[in-house]
Design a protein around this ligand. Sequence first.
Ligand code: ADP
Length: 169
Amino acid sequence: LIFKKVPSCLPVQIKCLPVEKEQTLIVVKPDGVQRRLIGQIIQRFEQRGFKLVGLKMLQVSEDLLSQHYCQLTSKPFYPRLMEYMTSGPVVVMVWEGHKVIQSSRMMVGHTNPAEAQAGTVRGDFSLHVSRNVVHASDSLEAALREIQLWFPGKELLNWDCIDQYITCE
Ligand code: ADP
């Protein structure tokens, strides 16, 4: 099969609305990995229409984590947060798409699972704020900073979804 890029005149993409392409950082925290929730979390982002451009599993260092959570160092729960986040491997991802930062915060739900709506990741899979399964960047500035921190250099990939192509004989 030969794949040919769809001419821009075909109605494959929404042409009449501006697309605000963004990237955001999503982390499946140690409890999410230990409870085998990685696949379900990835599925929700794929299903929504976002594109995965970076993915890795790692045991996060205290150094990286302290940079990631640098705004929370004075919080009383900070030592417990560090212990929790280093208690096992995490899966860190970069997702791309229209308004992905805002949408993923909605998909992830309230920080405190007790206040997270059903249908959100935290509302469906967690009970307590200290084990809330997933992280999502909360602003454009945070997303830029966190992506640079977790995926330094040229680790992110650029690729086209299959629905941007037509097949030819
Ligand atoms: P979010 O992850 O929703 O952006 P924050 O940035 O406020 O929320 O907090 C970062 C993480 O710190 C939370 O996801 C949660 O794991 C942990 N955390 C926040 N508040 C508490 C708390 N009161 N007790 C224990 N852990 C907390």
